[in-house]
Design a protein around this ligand. Structure first.
Ligand SMILES: [Zn+2]
Length: 280
């Protein structure tokens, strides 16, 4: 006759519980109220009053034949007002606990994917860093402005990634550990999540800048620029061949391997359309 997880979870489908009948069989009486409350979603009908009043918050009446039947507020109060109050308190506690679990669920929803994206973006930064340093020396601010005006993409990668992935990672990890969150803590945690997503957005934009910058057509545009106008900005030559990039600044040749960054559709989508949490 055990009902499923009676002490932890609020029952929402009373008629689906073991040994529960929707109506009172003939010749059978209510002998007690079960301690366990329910909140019926959708509502159920009371098995006792003449109008069979439908209700959401109800009680399991124990019948003389050992079965149970749904019982509404009035009929439960009529049978045992004191016990009814105790059951109501129990229901309220279970409802609060359910709300706490629900907040935790909302806060941690999709966090593993956010973490995966953060890792991808952090890999991009590691891959791009040597190239960023070298090209940062070759292309001065005026050169960058001129390149930008000529449609060369992704130049802001040269400014470096301003994201704080370690901060974002620890914030996301703390969200994953949540199993129950009070109303008071919810704002604090959702602010944490917002900040982590903001860092991820910065990192994702950096990834996008890198992939645009190192796209073959973009490097070809840079080569043309170096031939036509580079000298004005101290860039003697710029060549991209296979995976090697050679750039000659005012004096020296700098060779570097073109970082093997594969464009991530996941990060691209995140940039275009950052997710937002449902409110609880
Ligand atoms: Zn009733």
């Amino acid at each position: 006759m055990a009902l499923s997880n009676p002490s932890t979870f609020l029952i929402t489908d009373p008629l689906a519980q073991d040994n529960v009948v929707p109506t009172k069989p003939l010749g059978v009486e209510m002998v007690d109220l079960d301690d366990i409350p329910y909140r019926a979603e959708p509502q159920v009908d009371c098995a006792f009053c003449i109008v069979h009043r439908s209700h959401r918050d109800g009680y399991f009446a124990i019948l003389s034949n050992g079965q149970r039947a749904p019982c509404g507020n009035c009929c439960a109060a009529k049978f045992d007002a004191v016990k009814k109050q105790t059951i109501d308190k129990n229901r309220n506690r279970l409802i609060r606990e359910r709300e706490c679990r629900n907040r935790a669920r909302v806060l941690s929803e999709g966090v593993p994917i956010l973490k995966e994206m953060l890792q991808l973006a952090a890999n991009t930064e590691d891959l791009a860093e040597p190239a960023r340093v070298i090209l940062g020396e070759v292309l001065n601010d005026d050169a960058r402005k001129d390149l930008q005006s000529r449609g060369v993409q992704g130049l802001s990668f040269l400014d470096g990634c301003r994201a704080k992935p370690a901060f974002a990672r620890s914030a996301l990890d703390s969200l994953l550990k949540l199993s129950s969150v009070s109303k008071a803590d919810y704002q604090r945690y959702s602010e944490k999540r917002r900040q982590a997503e903001e860092q991820l957005r910065i990192a994702a934009h950096y990834h996008m800048d890198c992939t645009s910058f190192f796209a073959p057509a973009n490097l070809a545009a840079l080569e043309r620029w170096a031939l036509e106008r580079g000298n004005l900005f101290g860039v003697k030559q710029f060549e991209a061949k296979e995976n090697i990039l050679r750039a000659k600044g005012p004096s020296v040749w700098r060779n570097l391997e073109i970082p093997a960054i594969s464009p991530s559709t996941m990060l691209q989508k995140f940039c275009a359309n950052p997710p937002h949490m449902n409110d609880v």
